[in-house]
Design a protein around this ligand. Sequence first.
Ligand SMILES: Nc1nc2c(ncn2[C@@H]2O[C@H](COP(=O)(O)OP(=O)(O)OP(=O)(O)O)[C@@H](O)[C@H]2O)c(=O)[nH]1
Ligand SMILES: *[C@@H]1O[C@H](CO)[C@@H](O)[C@H](O)[C@H]1NC(C)=O
Ligand SMILES: [Mg+2]
Length: 427
Amino acid sequence: MFDSVYSQYLRFRPSRVYTRAVQWAGLTFVALIVLVFALHRHLQPSVATPSYAALNDAVYQAHNQIAFQPLVPSSDKDVPLEVLRARPKPKAALISLVRNSEIEGIELSMRHLEARFNHKYNYPWIFFNDVPFDDDFKARTKNLTNAECHYVLIPEEHWSLPPWIDESRFISSLEYLGAIGVGKGWMISYRHMCRWNSGFFYKHPILDDYDWYWRVEPDVHFFCDIDYDPFAFMEENNLKYGFNMNILDDARSFPSMWRQTQEFMGDYPELIHPDADLSWIIDHRNDGEYNNCQFFSNFEIGSLDFFRSKTYNTYFDYIDRKGGFFYERFGDAPLHTLAIVLFLSKKETHFFRDIGYQHDINRQCPANLFDKCSCEPTVLDENFYKLVPMESPQKKPDDSCIRLWLGGEWLDKDEKTGEYLKSGYSF
Ligand SMILES: Nc1nc2c(ncn2[C@@H]2O[C@H](COP(=O)(O)OP(=O)(O)OP(=O)(O)O)[C@@H](O)[C@H]2O)c(=O)[nH]1
Ligand SMILES: *[C@@H]1O[C@H](CO)[C@@H](O)[C@H](O)[C@H]1NC(C)=O
Ligand SMILES: [Mg+2]
């Protein structure tokens, strides 16, 4: 049966001419593909895409051999106030994103920072809010400083859903991150806050005349007298970014950030600083993945020019376009950290170990400044994984983030006890 009905099709034999034509077409096609490939390779710039994933133990070990030596500021303690005030000052401001309802929290932060530092230096305070500040907020904050205060309403385009965001995907992310217990994963305003701190604070025209900012959140504590000007210190030493905690973040809030950053590095290799040191943020045991260490960004003293640079903004736009501030919960801390690491030399980054500070459960207190501080000295590793909740499956790096950043002898351990040889009580 089968044979009689279908066999004519099975027995189809193409003519000689037909076969030749097909062979020629095939050959031409292959030749074209080869040509396009060759041209493509030829036209690509000859910069090799760095294989950061392949960063090997040798590089990692090399980094670990030399300890980074942060610069030591010199004190103004004995400089008379008139002399201090007559000095040319950096163009700098204390900036704070804060809600009207957080008036008591910001009063606390202001009292601390004014008493420990700003009553002598009088840097202006600039408060930012997504709704107008009320009169009570203005009166009570003004009352705590001799410096100028500015109250800024954030423009709507800096605090709203960009048009390329798919709202239903955003809502799913709020539900998902909320359900798995990522801190404030369900909260819309938190996403705007993180995005504003990543890509907008420095764009407001009120900061156009300034070179430096110090970020101050409500409810933070400053425990030590700061008897030098950190802004002047940074300016004089060509520093671009200062931090005082370097700790693990909950990786579930930014699962795609590192992959996107690697793609960015492939697309813009020329933007990466020739002295960029990625070794301390790379998990060398885990295929070159990001180890989730971050400068804890609620404390930052930084260069506005760095954030205003084309390089930083190319990176911010690249990440922002992919939607991770809304589809995930990208934090400004890991984003700033990756940018600082990629676009600056480590020498331009400073660890303000001497600034005793507390934000919620995270606190760091220097060890050798007893007479200037009202806090118990903390070891270097104090806050290492406080932000990573039990339910997060993420692996910890072998060494704490700050030790990885410092490198050298800070990583040495006693062979018998497995304890670090240096506790950090010495600085
Ligand atoms: N004006 C304004 N400020 C905000 C908003 N969301 C956050 N902020 C500010 O940003 C700060 C940090 O936000 P939080 O939600 O406290 O974030 P966090 O400190 O990382 O997280 P917690 O440890 O949970 O407090 C807040 O203290 C506010 O000062 C907002 O919607 N409007
Ligand atoms: C300003 O400070 C003074 C002195 O601490 C206090 O008595 C007064 O109530 C404050 N005023 C406001 C508006 O907070
Ligand atoms: Mg908070």
